[in-house]
Design a protein around this ligand. Structure first.
Ligand SMILES: Cc1ncc(COP(=O)(O)O)c(C=O)c1O
Length: 378
Protein backbone atom coordinates (compact mmCIF):
# COMPACT_ATOMS: atom_id res chain seq x y z
CA UNK A 1 0.00 0.00 0.00
CA UNK A 2 1.00 3.59 -0.79
CA UNK A 3 3.64 2.63 -3.34
CA UNK A 4 1.52 4.33 -6.00
CA UNK A 5 1.57 7.69 -4.23
CA UNK A 6 3.76 10.41 -5.67
CA UNK A 7 6.21 12.02 -3.32
CA UNK A 8 5.05 15.63 -3.00
CA UNK A 9 7.28 18.60 -2.29
CA UNK A 10 6.89 20.18 1.16
CA UNK A 11 4.84 23.37 1.47
CA UNK A 12 7.31 26.11 0.57
CA UNK A 13 6.21 28.57 3.26
CA UNK A 14 6.28 26.07 6.14
CA UNK A 15 9.63 24.73 4.87
CA UNK A 16 10.98 28.30 4.90
CA UNK A 17 9.74 28.68 8.47
CA UNK A 18 11.57 25.49 9.50
CA UNK A 19 14.73 26.80 7.82
CA UNK A 20 14.34 30.07 9.71
CA UNK A 21 13.95 28.25 13.04
CA UNK A 22 17.02 26.10 12.31
CA UNK A 23 19.17 29.05 11.19
CA UNK A 24 21.95 30.14 13.52
CA UNK A 25 22.42 33.52 11.82
CA UNK A 26 22.77 36.06 14.65
CA UNK A 27 20.59 38.65 12.89
CA UNK A 28 18.02 36.32 11.33
CA UNK A 29 14.65 37.77 10.33
CA UNK A 30 11.47 35.86 9.49
CA UNK A 31 9.73 37.81 6.75
CA UNK A 32 7.90 34.68 5.60
CA UNK A 33 5.06 33.09 7.52
CA UNK A 34 2.08 35.35 8.29
CA UNK A 35 2.29 35.80 12.03
CA UNK A 36 2.18 39.24 13.63
CA UNK A 37 4.96 39.76 16.17
CA UNK A 38 5.07 42.61 18.72
CA UNK A 39 7.14 45.71 17.76
CA UNK A 40 10.12 44.31 19.71
CA UNK A 41 9.87 40.98 17.84
CA UNK A 42 8.43 38.99 20.75
CA UNK A 43 5.33 36.77 20.31
CA UNK A 44 2.17 38.87 20.52
CA UNK A 45 -0.95 37.78 22.38
CA UNK A 46 -3.94 40.11 22.72
CA UNK A 47 -4.45 40.93 26.41
CA UNK A 48 -8.19 40.39 25.91
CA UNK A 49 -7.40 36.82 24.77
CA UNK A 50 -5.04 36.32 27.67
CA UNK A 51 -7.84 37.26 30.09
CA UNK A 52 -10.42 35.14 28.29
CA UNK A 53 -8.44 31.87 28.05
CA UNK A 54 -8.26 31.35 31.79
CA UNK A 55 -12.07 31.37 31.85
CA UNK A 56 -12.71 29.01 28.93
CA UNK A 57 -14.89 26.14 30.16
CA UNK A 58 -13.40 22.73 29.34
CA UNK A 59 -16.70 20.96 28.78
CA UNK A 60 -16.63 17.19 28.22
CA UNK A 61 -18.93 17.19 25.21
CA UNK A 62 -18.89 17.73 21.45
CA UNK A 63 -20.11 20.79 19.62
CA UNK A 64 -22.74 20.08 16.99
CA UNK A 65 -21.67 19.71 13.36
CA UNK A 66 -22.56 23.34 12.63
CA UNK A 67 -20.39 24.39 15.58
CA UNK A 68 -21.38 26.75 18.34
CA UNK A 69 -24.21 28.67 16.71
CA UNK A 70 -24.39 31.21 19.54
CA UNK A 71 -20.72 31.99 18.91
CA UNK A 72 -21.18 32.18 15.13
CA UNK A 73 -24.09 34.62 15.40
CA UNK A 74 -22.40 36.71 18.09
CA UNK A 75 -19.08 36.91 16.23
CA UNK A 76 -20.65 37.69 12.85
CA UNK A 77 -22.95 40.35 14.30
CA UNK A 78 -20.04 41.91 16.17
CA UNK A 79 -18.06 42.24 12.93
CA UNK A 80 -21.16 43.31 11.01
CA UNK A 81 -22.13 45.89 13.63
CA UNK A 82 -25.87 45.35 13.39
CA UNK A 83 -28.45 42.63 12.86
CA UNK A 84 -27.37 40.35 10.04
CA UNK A 85 -29.49 40.24 6.90
CA UNK A 86 -31.82 37.25 6.56
CA UNK A 87 -30.96 34.04 4.74
CA UNK A 88 -27.47 33.51 6.10
CA UNK A 89 -26.13 30.09 7.02
CA UNK A 90 -23.31 30.21 9.57
CA UNK A 91 -20.94 27.28 9.80
CA UNK A 92 -18.11 27.25 12.32
CA UNK A 93 -14.82 26.14 10.80
CA UNK A 94 -11.24 25.26 11.70
CA UNK A 95 -9.88 28.68 10.83
CA UNK A 96 -10.11 30.48 7.51
CA UNK A 97 -8.57 27.70 5.41
CA UNK A 98 -11.27 25.23 6.40
CA UNK A 99 -13.99 27.82 5.74
CA UNK A 100 -12.55 28.28 2.22
CA UNK A 101 -12.35 24.55 1.59
CA UNK A 102 -15.88 23.90 2.91
CA UNK A 103 -17.07 26.48 0.42
CA UNK A 104 -15.07 24.86 -2.42
CA UNK A 105 -16.55 21.43 -1.62
CA UNK A 106 -20.06 22.87 -1.42
CA UNK A 107 -19.69 24.38 -4.92
CA UNK A 108 -18.38 21.06 -6.26
CA UNK A 109 -21.56 19.38 -5.02
CA UNK A 110 -23.61 21.96 -6.95
CA UNK A 111 -21.62 22.21 -10.19
CA UNK A 112 -19.53 19.72 -12.14
CA UNK A 113 -16.26 21.32 -13.28
CA UNK A 114 -16.90 24.69 -11.63
CA UNK A 115 -15.02 27.78 -12.75
CA UNK A 116 -13.08 30.06 -10.41
CA UNK A 117 -12.09 33.60 -11.37
CA UNK A 118 -9.03 34.51 -9.40
CA UNK A 119 -6.72 37.51 -9.63
CA UNK A 120 -3.06 36.60 -9.24
CA UNK A 121 -0.84 36.61 -7.34
CA UNK A 122 -2.98 35.35 -4.50
CA UNK A 123 -2.55 33.41 -1.28
CA UNK A 124 -0.75 30.32 -2.62
CA UNK A 125 -3.01 27.91 -0.76
CA UNK A 126 -6.05 29.07 -2.76
CA UNK A 127 -4.83 26.83 -5.58
CA UNK A 128 -4.79 23.79 -3.26
CA UNK A 129 -8.13 24.62 -1.70
CA UNK A 130 -9.85 25.11 -5.05
CA UNK A 131 -8.39 21.99 -6.71
CA UNK A 132 -10.86 20.55 -9.17
CA UNK A 133 -11.97 24.01 -10.28
CA UNK A 134 -11.17 25.31 -13.69
CA UNK A 135 -9.33 28.53 -12.86
CA UNK A 136 -9.38 31.69 -14.95
CA UNK A 137 -6.61 33.97 -13.76
CA UNK A 138 -5.90 37.61 -14.47
CA UNK A 139 -3.43 40.08 -12.94
CA UNK A 140 -4.49 41.70 -9.67
CA UNK A 141 -2.02 44.56 -10.12
CA UNK A 142 -1.15 46.44 -13.30
CA UNK A 143 1.45 49.20 -13.16
CA UNK A 144 1.31 49.33 -9.40
CA UNK A 145 -2.49 49.74 -9.24
CA UNK A 146 -5.31 47.29 -8.61
CA UNK A 147 -6.52 46.10 -11.99
CA UNK A 148 -10.23 47.02 -11.84
CA UNK A 149 -10.58 46.57 -15.61
CA UNK A 150 -9.09 43.07 -15.35
CA UNK A 151 -11.77 42.14 -12.81
CA UNK A 152 -14.53 43.56 -15.02
CA UNK A 153 -13.20 41.81 -18.15
CA UNK A 154 -12.87 38.49 -16.35
CA UNK A 155 -16.46 38.78 -15.12
CA UNK A 156 -17.75 39.82 -18.55
CA UNK A 157 -16.13 36.79 -20.20
CA UNK A 158 -16.91 34.19 -17.55
CA UNK A 159 -19.57 31.50 -17.82
CA UNK A 160 -22.52 32.18 -15.53
CA UNK A 161 -22.38 30.47 -12.12
CA UNK A 162 -18.62 30.97 -12.06
CA UNK A 163 -17.20 31.88 -8.66
CA UNK A 164 -15.23 35.10 -8.23
CA UNK A 165 -12.75 34.98 -5.37
CA UNK A 166 -12.12 38.28 -3.58
CA UNK A 167 -9.88 39.06 -0.63
CA UNK A 168 -11.87 40.76 2.14
CA UNK A 169 -11.51 44.45 2.97
CA UNK A 170 -8.55 46.48 1.79
CA UNK A 171 -5.92 43.88 2.63
CA UNK A 172 -4.62 41.40 0.09
CA UNK A 173 -2.22 38.52 0.48
CA UNK A 174 0.41 38.91 -0.96
CA UNK A 175 0.22 42.31 -2.69
CA UNK A 176 -1.04 44.55 0.16
CA UNK A 177 -3.36 46.35 -2.29
CA UNK A 178 -7.04 45.64 -2.86
CA UNK A 179 -10.14 47.04 -4.55
CA UNK A 180 -11.32 50.32 -2.99
CA UNK A 181 -14.90 50.48 -1.76
CA UNK A 182 -16.22 52.26 -4.91
CA UNK A 183 -14.31 49.86 -7.19
CA UNK A 184 -15.63 46.92 -5.24
CA UNK A 185 -19.15 48.23 -5.74
CA UNK A 186 -18.54 48.35 -9.50
CA UNK A 187 -17.24 44.77 -9.42
CA UNK A 188 -20.20 43.53 -7.38
CA UNK A 189 -22.64 45.22 -9.79
CA UNK A 190 -20.94 43.42 -12.68
CA UNK A 191 -21.15 40.04 -10.92
CA UNK A 192 -24.86 40.54 -10.31
CA UNK A 193 -25.48 41.24 -13.97
CA UNK A 194 -23.57 38.15 -15.11
CA UNK A 195 -24.76 35.83 -12.30
CA UNK A 196 -21.28 35.30 -10.97
CA UNK A 197 -21.16 34.02 -7.40
CA UNK A 198 -18.94 36.08 -5.09
CA UNK A 199 -16.77 34.33 -2.52
CA UNK A 200 -14.83 36.53 -0.10
CA UNK A 201 -11.82 35.26 1.81
CA UNK A 202 -11.75 37.66 4.77
CA UNK A 203 -8.69 36.67 6.78
CA UNK A 204 -7.66 40.10 8.07
CA UNK A 205 -10.73 41.92 9.41
CA UNK A 206 -9.48 44.99 11.29
CA UNK A 207 -6.10 45.09 9.54
CA UNK A 208 -7.21 47.13 6.51
CA UNK A 209 -8.32 50.59 7.54
CA UNK A 210 -9.72 49.91 10.98
CA UNK A 211 -12.82 48.30 12.43
CA UNK A 212 -15.45 50.68 11.06
CA UNK A 213 -13.92 50.89 7.59
CA UNK A 214 -13.47 47.13 7.30
CA UNK A 215 -17.06 46.74 8.46
CA UNK A 216 -18.19 48.74 5.41
CA UNK A 217 -16.75 46.03 3.17
CA UNK A 218 -18.51 43.27 5.07
CA UNK A 219 -21.75 45.20 4.83
CA UNK A 220 -21.30 45.77 1.13
CA UNK A 221 -20.92 42.06 0.37
CA UNK A 222 -23.77 40.97 2.61
CA UNK A 223 -26.20 43.80 1.88
CA UNK A 224 -25.60 44.40 -1.83
CA UNK A 225 -25.57 40.78 -2.92
CA UNK A 226 -28.56 38.46 -2.83
CA UNK A 227 -26.22 35.52 -2.52
CA UNK A 228 -22.54 35.23 -1.64
CA UNK A 229 -20.21 33.43 0.76
CA UNK A 230 -17.61 34.78 3.17
CA UNK A 231 -14.84 32.89 4.93
CA UNK A 232 -13.80 34.59 8.17
CA UNK A 233 -10.56 33.75 9.94
CA UNK A 234 -9.83 34.67 13.56
CA UNK A 235 -6.22 33.51 13.31
CA UNK A 236 -4.55 36.90 12.97
CA UNK A 237 -7.04 39.38 14.42
CA UNK A 238 -7.54 37.44 17.66
CA UNK A 239 -4.21 35.55 17.49
CA UNK A 240 -6.10 32.25 17.64
CA UNK A 241 -3.77 30.82 14.98
CA UNK A 242 -3.34 27.33 16.42
CA UNK A 243 -6.83 27.13 17.88
CA UNK A 244 -8.31 27.07 14.37
CA UNK A 245 -11.30 29.36 14.69
CA UNK A 246 -13.30 30.61 11.73
CA UNK A 247 -16.74 30.91 10.18
CA UNK A 248 -18.16 30.26 6.74
CA UNK A 249 -21.17 32.54 6.16
CA UNK A 250 -23.31 31.75 3.13
CA UNK A 251 -26.07 34.11 2.09
CA UNK A 252 -28.55 32.05 0.10
CA UNK A 253 -32.19 31.35 -0.60
CA UNK A 254 -31.37 27.64 -0.16
CA UNK A 255 -30.79 27.80 3.57
CA UNK A 256 -31.72 24.21 4.36
CA UNK A 257 -29.91 22.63 1.43
CA UNK A 258 -26.75 24.63 2.15
CA UNK A 259 -26.75 23.99 5.89
CA UNK A 260 -27.44 20.27 5.52
CA UNK A 261 -24.61 19.90 2.99
CA UNK A 262 -22.19 21.86 5.15
CA UNK A 263 -23.12 19.68 8.14
CA UNK A 264 -22.52 16.62 6.02
CA UNK A 265 -19.13 17.89 4.82
CA UNK A 266 -18.08 18.71 8.38
CA UNK A 267 -19.30 15.34 9.64
CA UNK A 268 -17.20 13.37 7.15
CA UNK A 269 -14.09 15.51 7.70
CA UNK A 270 -13.81 16.60 11.31
CA UNK A 271 -17.22 15.55 12.69
CA UNK A 272 -17.53 18.82 14.59
CA UNK A 273 -15.44 21.96 15.03
CA UNK A 274 -13.06 22.63 17.94
CA UNK A 275 -14.45 24.77 20.76
CA UNK A 276 -11.53 26.35 22.61
CA UNK A 277 -11.09 29.30 20.26
CA UNK A 278 -14.80 29.95 19.85
CA UNK A 279 -15.35 29.87 23.64
CA UNK A 280 -12.45 32.28 24.12
CA UNK A 281 -13.72 34.66 21.46
CA UNK A 282 -17.25 34.51 22.89
CA UNK A 283 -15.81 35.63 26.24
CA UNK A 284 -13.79 38.38 24.56
CA UNK A 285 -16.88 39.72 22.81
CA UNK A 286 -19.03 39.55 25.95
CA UNK A 287 -16.50 40.92 28.43
CA UNK A 288 -13.54 42.57 26.72
CA UNK A 289 -14.83 43.83 23.38
CA UNK A 290 -13.55 47.40 23.57
CA UNK A 291 -10.16 46.21 24.83
CA UNK A 292 -9.84 43.77 21.88
CA UNK A 293 -10.90 46.41 19.36
CA UNK A 294 -8.42 48.93 20.77
CA UNK A 295 -5.59 46.40 20.69
CA UNK A 296 -6.47 45.38 17.15
CA UNK A 297 -6.36 49.03 16.14
CA UNK A 298 -2.96 49.42 17.77
CA UNK A 299 -1.71 46.39 15.83
CA UNK A 300 -2.97 47.96 12.60
CA UNK A 301 -1.35 51.29 13.44
CA UNK A 302 1.88 49.57 14.39
CA UNK A 303 1.98 47.92 10.95
CA UNK A 304 1.46 51.35 9.37
CA UNK A 305 4.27 52.74 11.50
CA UNK A 306 6.68 49.93 10.54
CA UNK A 307 5.72 50.39 6.88
CA UNK A 308 6.50 54.06 7.12
CA UNK A 309 9.96 53.60 8.63
CA UNK A 310 10.70 50.82 6.15
CA UNK A 311 9.70 53.00 3.17
CA UNK A 312 11.61 55.99 4.53
CA UNK A 313 14.76 53.88 4.88
CA UNK A 314 14.56 52.67 1.27
CA UNK A 315 14.80 54.45 -2.12
CA UNK A 316 11.79 56.11 -3.73
CA UNK A 317 10.69 53.04 -5.67
CA UNK A 318 9.74 51.38 -2.37
CA UNK A 319 7.33 54.15 -1.35
CA UNK A 320 4.41 51.82 -2.11
CA UNK A 321 5.21 50.09 1.19
CA UNK A 322 3.69 53.07 2.99
CA UNK A 323 0.37 52.82 1.17
CA UNK A 324 -0.05 49.05 1.21
CA UNK A 325 -2.40 47.68 3.87
CA UNK A 326 -2.18 44.80 6.28
CA UNK A 327 0.68 42.45 6.94
CA UNK A 328 2.01 41.84 3.44
CA UNK A 329 3.70 43.60 0.53
CA UNK A 330 5.57 42.31 -2.48
CA UNK A 331 9.20 43.36 -2.76
CA UNK A 332 10.47 43.63 -6.35
CA UNK A 333 13.28 41.09 -5.89
CA UNK A 334 14.34 38.19 -8.10
CA UNK A 335 15.01 34.68 -6.86
CA UNK A 336 18.77 35.18 -6.80
CA UNK A 337 18.38 38.27 -4.60
CA UNK A 338 16.00 36.37 -2.31
CA UNK A 339 18.53 33.56 -2.10
CA UNK A 340 21.31 36.02 -1.15
CA UNK A 341 19.10 37.63 1.49
CA UNK A 342 18.64 34.22 3.11
CA UNK A 343 22.16 32.86 2.79
CA UNK A 344 24.19 35.99 3.46
CA UNK A 345 21.92 38.19 5.56
CA UNK A 346 19.77 35.64 7.40
CA UNK A 347 16.60 37.21 5.98
CA UNK A 348 13.96 34.63 5.10
CA UNK A 349 11.46 35.53 2.36
CA UNK A 350 9.38 33.29 0.10
CA UNK A 351 10.30 33.12 -3.60
CA UNK A 352 7.52 35.56 -4.49
CA UNK A 353 9.29 38.35 -2.58
CA UNK A 354 6.32 38.65 -0.22
CA UNK A 355 7.31 40.22 3.06
CA UNK A 356 5.39 39.99 6.32
CA UNK A 357 5.87 43.46 7.77
CA UNK A 358 4.59 42.13 11.10
CA UNK A 359 7.49 39.66 11.20
CA UNK A 360 10.19 42.36 11.22
CA UNK A 361 10.72 44.06 14.56
CA UNK A 362 11.17 47.84 14.60
CA UNK A 363 14.86 47.52 15.47
CA UNK A 364 15.43 45.09 12.54
CA UNK A 365 14.03 47.41 9.88
CA UNK A 366 17.22 49.33 9.11
CA UNK A 367 19.22 46.07 8.78
CA UNK A 368 16.52 44.67 6.51
CA UNK A 369 16.49 47.83 4.38
CA UNK A 370 20.28 47.81 4.15
CA UNK A 371 20.20 44.19 2.96
CA UNK A 372 17.50 44.88 0.35
CA UNK A 373 19.51 47.79 -1.03
CA UNK A 374 22.68 45.73 -1.08
CA UNK A 375 21.17 42.83 -3.03
CA UNK A 376 19.34 45.22 -5.37
CA UNK A 377 22.67 46.77 -6.40
CA UNK A 378 24.46 43.48 -7.04
C1 LIG B 1 -5.82 35.21 2.30
C2 LIG B 1 -5.82 34.18 3.36
N1 LIG B 1 -6.86 33.35 3.46
C3 LIG B 1 -6.92 32.41 4.42
C4 LIG B 1 -5.89 32.25 5.31
C5 LIG B 1 -5.97 31.12 6.29
O1 LIG B 1 -6.31 31.49 7.56
P1 LIG B 1 -6.27 30.43 8.73
O2 LIG B 1 -4.89 30.43 9.27
O3 LIG B 1 -7.30 30.94 9.69
O4 LIG B 1 -6.65 29.09 8.18
C6 LIG B 1 -4.78 33.08 5.25
C7 LIG B 1 -3.68 32.90 6.20
O5 LIG B 1 -2.54 33.09 5.96
C8 LIG B 1 -4.74 34.08 4.25
O6 LIG B 1 -3.71 34.91 4.14
Amino acid sequence: MFSQLSLLPPDALFLLNDEFLASTHPQKINGGIGVYMAPDGSPFVFSALQKAVSQVPLLPKYLSMTGDQEFCALAMETLFGKTLPKNIVLQQSCGGTHACSLFAELIKREIQNPTLLIATPTWQNHFNVFHGFQTITFPHIVEGEVNLQGYLDAIANAPSKSVLLLHGGLTHNPTGKNLSLPDLKTVLDATREKQIFVFVDFAYFGFGEGWKEDQKYLRLYLEELEECAIAISFSKNVALYQHRTGILAVKTKEIQKVSSNLENLVRENISNPPAFGSHALTLIIKKYLSEWKEELESVRKDLEYRREIFANTLPLKYQFLKDDKGMFSLLPLNSEQIHTLKNEWGIFLPQSGRVNIGGISVSQISYFAQAVQHVSKS
